[in-house]
Write a protein that binds this ligand. Structure first.
Ligand SMILES: [Mg+2]
Length: 229
């Protein structure tokens, strides 16, 4: 196979069980921007969703209307990034999924593969997470697609491919693979006609991910699979 673009999800894929500081940043920003205290974040499904989607679901559940939410959305995004910078621990290195570091090392040394991101996290949140996890070096600035680029994950594939393209031509679909841990990762790949590998390290066991092209148990299996391509 020729050049390949790999679009990695973050939570449940690159990092495991590291979502608490992010959750508290979302709550902080909902309180400071919209005045929503004690928002019922635990009742809103977060995995696979973008930060704006999660925040909107919480805000609506608190009785805020769509127009009021949209009116302050850019303030909310900025407040969330600032709150995350305060709540994020100095190191997230212990939360890197087992085998991911070795996988990134191996793939980064393969001349025919580009590493990139496709995540529902706002970009500043995503970049800080990766920096604190000491894996930021694998993911170039200006590349990837984030929750700050679109509210719906389904819209992120084309954005990531556009950024990875050259001379205004998006990176080709047939050489792009999404790697993520939820049915929404699979759906976003399908929405853009992309191949998808599901990894069962997040909240979904393998049998809930069978609509992916391939399902792997963990990063070790993923590494073996990518090596076999
Ligand atoms: Mg995920």
């Amino acid at each position: 196979m020729g050049l390949m673009l790999l679009l990695f999800d973050i939570d449940g894929t690159l990092l495991l069980r590291a979502s608490e500081p992010h959750r508290s940043a979302l709550l902080d920003a909902l309180a400071s921007v919209y005045g929503l205290a004690d928002a019922p974040i635990h009742r809103v499904a977060a995995a696979g969703r973008t930060d704006t989607q999660i925040a909107r679901a919480i805000a609506l559940a608190c009785g805020l209307d769509r127009e009021s939410f949209d009116a302050l959305l850019s303030d909310f995004r900025a407040a969330c990034a600032e709150a995350f910078a305060r709540s994020c621990p100095p190191s997230l290195a212990a939360y890197v999924a087992p085998g991911i570091r070795e996988l990134l090392d191996a793939v980064a040394n393969q001349a025919n593969t580009h590493l990139s991101l496709l995540t529902g996290n706002y970009e500043p949140v995503a970049r800080l997470k990766l920096a604190r996890a000491e894996i930021a070096e694998y993911f170039a600035a200006g590349q990837g697609a984030f929750g700050s680029d679109a509210e719906l994950r389904d819209d992120l594939g084309p954005i990531a491919r556009a950024r990875a393209g050259r001379d205004g031509i998006p990176y080709p679909r047939e050489r792009t693979t999404v790697i993520g841990d939820t049915p929404l990762d699979i759906a976003c790949a399908r929405a853009d006609g992309l191949r998808v590998i599901a990894i069962a390290t997040g909240p979904h066991p393998a049998d809930e991910l069978v609509s992916a092209d391939q399902v792997v148990a963990d990063a070790y299996e993923l590494r073996a699979l990518l090596k076999s391509w």
